[in-house]
Design a protein around this ligand. Structure first.
Ligand SMILES: NC(=O)c1ccc[n+]([C@@H]2O[C@H](COP(=O)([O-])OP(=O)(O)OC[C@H]3O[C@@H](n4cnc5c(N)ncnc54)[C@H](OP(=O)(O)O)[C@@H]3O)[C@@H](O)[C@H]2O)c1
Length: 325
């Protein structure tokens, strides 16, 4: 025989050694990058004021958007706040001006309304020296996760979610990017979601819009990086906001302020991020323990339905509190 036992043993040992070495180097490298991005960045981060005087944040009156707006002002930028409610816009602008001593500008716009809103937004941003755009606005279903056709008023829900989660990102980028290019520097931060990292049944439309945001960000970054533009895709897991019915914060669920602070530390260090250490670790383990094929099984869908039913009373209670507040 050409392959003796000894030769076979040596070949298998070599394959084993090379495989172990490959994984050792791969995971050590990932660990080093993770330490730089999520731990050292706290002390050694990009100076965001170098990119321009103003930051623009969509969906800036609550949750992650409001937290980004505050944190950007804390780091020295004036902030344009764009949302639906004039009352909330004024309140957030006052808070920012008083707490951080920076200028604000408010723009009232409902992103559900589609293409018609972008002319007035463009006019409002015309004379500002913008360095950063945060495409944060986004929505999911008004109800708990459910089958596509069971979403109440499904036709309106389709249009709203596409307008708010998809059209807003491309249109706002189209408005702001030309002036960033002129100055050969600028940052576009697009808030996607871990739900966009894989297809997610029962939040099907939301998940699909978030993969759009992620792919758009990655490809746009490749196109404009040579011109000094950073496009960052941010994929949070759970953050305690209206969208998650103010879930209690813990090791896994971040508070919006902490999240924005950590996520902004990663700008300039990574083009795609879960935003904070806790979410990056959760992503790492979910990827390995919960593969895509399992996510798409009926077994998983049934489990998600059960989980959703269990959360129903809590969500009802949250809604009632919101109404009576
Ligand atoms: N929270 C999470 O766990 C989580 C996880 C992954 C990804 N995300 C993503 O993070 C982003 C922010 O989510 P969030 O949890 O902070 O949401 P949120 O608490 O519901 O806040 C949404 C913000 O957007 C504004 N807004 C909503 N609909 C709007 C519309 N049609 N036109 C204009 N403004 C609108 C809201 O203000 P008004 O209602 O006053 O207009 C509010 O300021 C979203 O893109 C979401 O998909 C969140």
């Amino acid at each position: 025989m050409f392959f003796t036992d000894e030769l076979m043993t040596s070949i298998l040992a070599l394959i084993g050694t090379v495989t172990c070495l490959y994984y050792f180097i791969k995971y050590s490298w990932e660990l080093l990058i993770g330490i730089r991005v999520y731990i050292l960045a706290k002390f050694w981060r990009t100076d965001l004021t170098l990119y321009g005087e103003w930051a623009v944040v969509t969906g800036a009156t609550a949750g992650i958007g409001k937290a980004y707006a505050h944190e950007l002002a804390r780091r020295g930028l004036n902030v344009v706040l764009i949302s639906r409610s004039l009352e909330k816009l004024r309140a957030t602008a006052d808070e920012i001006e008083q707490q951080h001593g920076k200028k604000t500008k408010i723009v009232q716009a409902d992103f559900n309304n589609g293409a018609e809103i972008y002319g007035p937004i463009e006019a409002a941003l015309k004379d500002l020296n913008i360095g950063i755009l945060v495409n944060n606005v986004g929505k999911t279903y008004q109800v708990l996760p459910c089958y596509f056709l069971d979403v109440p008023d499904v036709e309106k829900a389709i249009l709203d979610i596409m307008n708010c989660n998809v059209l807003s990102v491309v249109m706002m980028t189209k408005i702001v990017l030309p002036q960033l290019l002129k100055r050969k520097k600028g940052i576009v931060i697009n808030i996607s979601s871990e739900a966009g990292a894989h297809p997610h049944p029962l939040i099907t439309m939301y998940s699909a819009t978030k993969v759009f945001v992620d792919f758009f960000s990655q490809a746009l970054n490749a196109e404009y990086k040579p011109n000094g533009i950073i496009v960052q895709s941010v994929l949070p897991l759970l953050v305690s906001t209206n969208l998650t019915h103010d879930q209690e914060t813990n090791l896994f669920v971040k508070g919006a302020d902490d999240y924005a602070q950590e996520a902004l530390n990663t700008v300039g260090l990574t083009e795609k991020t879960n935003g904070c250490l806790s979410h990056a670790l959760q992503h790492f383990f979910f990827e390995r323990l919960f593969p895509r094929w399992l996510r798409l099984t009926e077994f998983n869908i049934n489990n998600m339905k059960k989980l959703s039913e269990r959360r129903k009373p809590l969500v009802e209670k949250w809604r009632w509190k919101q109404k009576t507040a």
